[in-house]
Write a protein that binds this ligand. Structure first.
Ligand SMILES: *Cc1c(COP(=O)(O)O)cnc(C)c1O
Length: 459
């Protein structure tokens, strides 16, 4: 038997609202060719993000009914704390309302002018919180991670030679923390190897720099280690995750990813002084340390979700279903980032729409085309998101023009994914008809969320 089945049955369903291509052409025009401005009920398959979009299990829903909403000392907190202690080995656990709230607290304490935070690749909210503190974020991704079309098993690895060089150059005193993001979200959901984490740990120990894990997709990363790294095939994902965390001094986590929760996050660590500092800030911005911006029921849902995500039938289905979509596209000649990541497939829009120059935002044009043709919502990760202007207001493009199709956990079935592949291939076959876009209005920061665009009509 080769078929990998969805490892769940469906007890409760949500409708998909169908609309026509002609209706969607009007909707996208009214939304100024920006997927963030489309109402979700106008979307047939929503692949905008895997964050907070998971389907919760019947056990999680049952757990929510047991949520104890006491202000202090709720048993829901102690279940949450114990689960995280067991999985990570970190003794000190601090709940937050989502991942960026954990980042905000950590970097308010450790950041500041003249400091550097080194990483494989910082996620955008992580970088924003570091920069907001006055410090600088530095990405030291390995060479393989820079080439989307060349497959390699661990493209999320940090370049340890560059790390050593950077520390020697800037001095230990100016580097409060090293952060490894697993999997590397901004780098295509690519995993980091245990070997790499061990090497980074050794360097951090040598220079006395603490190491934190941005653990949003720790289970997906641990499963990739099991599949791809020598010596791990016979270990359980739970054991692999425990080993991974054993090399770190703490972690930040968004429970909206691998904890199957719709909201939530946490900080966990070993250092009591740092934890006390974090709790002091927590009380000001998030809440008392036994709920930290969450309801008791959220703590229950997260605790249950963290155990469910380590189920290897689930992880096999999860990783395989992303690869399944990727393989279908590759077979049809569609340019995609290789290999497939843990939570998303990335289309290479520069190659897909080779006739559209980067200053006409080929990624965004492709996002609009996928929506109009098949009602699929995706997101551009390219020059609309990361582009800057030079002094003549000429676009300095991003390195890559990608379109991300992020797959929500346990939400879509194989036929939904077959449909997505079909839509992308049909759009690929008539790609010459797609026009570039121009920006008509944009805010000064994080412009991709609210920018307005329109098609460039050919003369
Ligand atoms: C989503 C994410 C975050 C931020 O978490 P939120 O819950 O969205 O605030 C941080 N790091 C990574 C790698 C993420 O994917």
């Amino acid at each position: 038997m080769n078929t990998i089945i969805e490892p769940f049955r469906i007890k409760s369903v949500e409708p998909i609202y169908f609309n026509t291509e002609a209706e969607r052409a009007l909707i996208v025009e009214k939304a100024f060719y920006n997927p963030f401005l489309i109402h979700s009920t106008d979307v047939m398959i929503d692949l905008l993000t895997d964050s907070g979009t998971s389907a919760m299990s019947s056990n999680q829903w049952a757990g929510m009914m047991q949520g104890d909403e006491s202000y202090a000392g709720s048993p829901s907190f102690f279940r949450f704390e114990k689960t995280i202690q067991e999985i990570t080995g970190f003794p000190l656990v601090i709940p937050t309302h989502q991942g960026r709230a954990a980042e905000k607290i950590l970097f308010s304490i450790l950041g500041g002018k003249g400091k550097y935070f080194v990483s494989n690749t910082l996620f955008d909210t992580t970088r924003a919180n570091i920069e907001f503190s006055g410090a600088e974020g530095v990405d030291l991704i390995c060479e393989e991670g820079k080439h989307p079309s060349i497959p390699a098993p661990f493209k999320g690895n940090m370049d340890t030679t560059l790390l050593k060089k950077f520390i020697e150059e800037k001095g230990t005193a100016n580097i409060p923390l090293c952060i490894i993001t697993v999997t590397n979200n901004s780098g295509g959901g690519q995993p980091v190897s245990m070997q790499n984490i061990k090497e980074v740990r050794a360097i951090c120990t040598e220079y006395k720099i603490p190491l934190f894990i941005d653990a949003c997709r720790f289970a997906e990363n641990s499963y990739f280690i099991k599949l791809r790294e020598e010596g791990y095939a016979d270990k359980s994902v739970r054991e692999i995750a425990k080993e991974l965390f054993s090399y770190a001094d703490g972690c930040t986590m968004s429970a909206k990813k691998d904890a199957f929760a719709n909201i939530g996050g946490f900080l966990a660590m070993r250092n009591e002084d740092l934890a006390q500092h974090c709790r002091n800030l927590l009380i000001m911005t998030e809440g008392f340390p036994t709920y930290g911006g969450l309801a008791g029921r959220d703590l229950e849902a997260i605790a249950i979700g963290l155990n469910e995500v380590l189920d290897e039938h689930y992880l096999q289905y999860r990783i395989r279903s992303i690869e399944y979509l990727s393989n279908k596209l590759i077979a049809a000649g569609v340019p995609v980032m290789q290999p497939a990541g843990g939570h998303a497939v990335y289309l290479d829009a520069k190659e897909f729409l080779a006739h559209i120059p980067v200053d006409q935002y080929p990624g965004q044009a492709l996002v609009a085309a996928l929506y109009v043709h098949g009602g699929i919502r995706s997101v551009e990760i390219g020059s609309l998101m990361f582009g800057k202007y030079d002094e003549h207001k000429k676009l300095i493009p991003a390195q890559l023009e990608l379109v991300r199709l992020a797959i929500p956990r346990r939400v879509y079935t194989q036929s939904h994914i077959d449909y997505v592949a079909e839509v992308i291939i049909e759009v690929f076959n008539k790609r010459d008809e797609i026009k570039g876009l121009t920006i008509t209005e944009e805010p000064p920061m994080l412009r991709h969320f609210t920018a307005k665009l329109k098609p460039i009509e050919s003369k």
